[in-house]
Design a protein around this ligand. Structure first.
Ligand code: NAD
Length: 513
């Protein structure tokens, strides 16, 4: 762990390498089952985290409930002040946390830092928002009455997150939930549990410094079985779940079964449309970064390039040539472009996808493969691949969470490309590369992209925290982060006040006694 200063980073984050216990709320929990976290970078065991048992979970929930009673009555700007201090702590620990994200998840150090920066940004956003949690006022139909609406804290927010953004997704939820007066219980991905422990340690420090209950932020650990504690728990009015569509369907029906709310951020199958009026240089940068960044393990990764036949060969050659320049290796080494996949299961899915596309009649343009030898001992490094395919192929219809890019050809006008882009079950991110105003506007129109995110002359990958983030169809329909996404973390109440001595009934109904 001495390489790239990992042991210092772990120390700074309060994590004992190997055998770290988890702290949940104010209590040190005990459990026999341990999750071992191995780095996909070099295959080394980084640490062990105890799984949360049902008994421990009950203690956590009691801690969270008690904390909510206290936290919800703090003025929102004061809650904002705590989030401001949390943002400051993140600034101090940015390098250490960015390094841990890179080492435990496998994304580049630069992307790890970017993820922590997103946490800082959402804190800044939430601080301002803490003075803007406003409702509307309406004119009452009854004389001498006043009517308005207000937003109140919801309660305990359950957060279930995916491995690929092991820290940012938590903060997108918590920063907003906290200023809204909620408390949070978080179950990080079982593939990145130490990132969860590191975040919990940082916020616990802020809460202790302010004499606030630790239960404002709780951490539980384990796989889907521990996630189910929350989806089945009526004490949790909102479950925010980020991950695969398969998981989202189960979580949605479980939470709906008890009439709870769920906020779902699920898989994507994102495409860039490249029209005859596209700037090819920009297209290549956007497409290649979108397809191979984070080794194709972003929900917004570019999976499909939909290219007009008139420029197809030109774009194809440029993208293939760019793939020739990619350096694959240790993501903590800033000279490399592509790091490892999360684990060998993910490698298996990547290899199966490449076999499937060939079986369905696809044509491999850039050969994939699993890398072996020095520097690749973890068995998680793969070569980014490109295949020519049809949108109708079953494999193209599914999200493969790996660096596999499909080239699809269209003829006719932009409406044909939009039909291909929309012709999948997912609806997260989409983009068009064009200098033609008519094409761009058509893409953004009512008859255009059906995704939650639609970009012009930007790739599909990544997003700014100021906008609402999320997608339609099998992506789940949830929105997080900016704009008015905060409203899902609160309950709305309509209030009518009568300041007369009469009691006129609504709708003019007479009820004389
Ligand atoms: P995953 O679905 O395997 O796991 C995600 C989380 O859900 C984990 O914490 C897991 O333990 C939990 N979980 C799984 N089944 C559950 C159940 N039945 N009940 C409760 N919890 C359950 O996903 P992953 O492999 O970690 O992440 C990759 C996926 O996440 C991709 O599909 C990606 O597109 C998606 N993703 C989406 C967004 C978005 O904002 N739309 C962001 C990041 C990742």
């Amino acid at each position: 762990l001495a390489t790239f200063g990992m042991d210092e980073a772990l120390k700074e984050l309060g994590i004992q390498a190997v055998n770290a216990g988890t702290s949940t709320g104010s209590q040190q929990m005990s459990s026999n089952e341990l999750i071992e976290s191995y780095s996909p970078v070099d295959g080394q065991l980084i640490g062990k985290v105890s799984t949360t048992s049902k008994e421990d979970y009950e203690k956590v929930m009691q801690t969270a409930q008690a904390a909510f009673a206290e936290w919800r009555v703090k003025p929102a700007p004061l809650r904002g002040e705590i989030v401001r201090q949390f943002g400051e702590k993140l600034r101090e620990k940015k390098e250490a946390l960015g390094k841990l994200v890179s080492y435990e998840m496998g994304k580049s150090y630069q992307e790890g830092l970017g993820e922590v920066q997103e946490m800082i940004d959402i804190c800044d956003f939430a601080v301002g928002l803490s003075r803007q949690l406003h409702g509307l006022t309406m004119h009452s139909e009854r004389p001498g009455h006043r009517m308005y609406e207000q937003y109140h804290p919801l309660g305990i927010v359950g957060i279930i997150s995916a491995f690929n953004f092991p820290v940012a997704v938590w903060s997108w939820n918590t920063a907003l939930a906290w200023i809204c007066g909620d408390v949070c219980v978080w179950k990080p991905s079982e593939k990145t549990p130490l990132c969860g422990v590191a975040c919990q340690n940082i916020i616990a420090e802020v809460l202790a410094e302010n004499n606030l209950p630790e239960g404002i932020s709780c951490l539980i650990n384990g796989d889907y079985k521990v996630g189910e504690f929350m989806t089945k728990d009526a004490r949790i009015p909102l479950v925010s779940a980020t991950g695969s569509t398969r998981m989202g369907k189960i979580v949605a029906s479980e939470v709906a079964g008890r009439l709870g709310k769920s906020l779902l951020e699920l898989g994507g199958n994102n495409a860039i449309i490249v029209t005859p009026d596209a700037d090819i240089k920009m297209t290549v940068i956007g497409a290649v970064f979108g397809a191979v960044g984070t080794a194709g393990q972003r929900c917004t990764s570019t999976r499909r390039l939909i290219i007009h036949e008139s420029i197809y060969d030109q774009v194809k050659d440029a993208v293939v040539a760019a793939y020739g320049q990619l350096r694959i290796g240790n993501p903590l080494d800033e000279n490399n472009h592509v790091g490892p996949l999360i684990d060998t299961d993910a490698v298996g899915m990547y290899s199966a996808a490449l076999e499937k596309v060939v079986a369905e009649g696809g044509n491999i343009l850039v050969e994939g493969g699993v890398l072996q030898g020095e520097g690749y001992e973890s068995g998680c490094y793969v070569k980014p691949a490109i295949a020519e395919a049809n949108n109708e192929f079953e494999i193209v219809q599914h999200e493969t969470f790996a660096p596999v890019l499909y080239l699809l050809k269209y003829s006719g006008d932009v409406a044909d490309a939009i039909a291909i882009q929309n012709g999948v079950a997912q609806g997260l991110s989409s983009a068009i590369m064009t200098n033609n105003l008519r094409e761009a506007e058509r893409f953004l129109s009512h008859a255009g992209s059906d995704c939650g995110i639609a970009n012009v002359n930007i790739g599909t990958s990544g997003a700014e925290i100021g906008g609402a983030f999320g997608g339609e169809k099998e992506t789940g329909g949830g929105r997080e982060s900016g704009s008015d996404a905060w409203k899902v973390y609160m309950r709305r109440q309509t209030n009518t006040i009568n300041y007369t001595t009469d009691l006129p009934l609504a709708q003019g109904i007479k009820f004389d006694l």
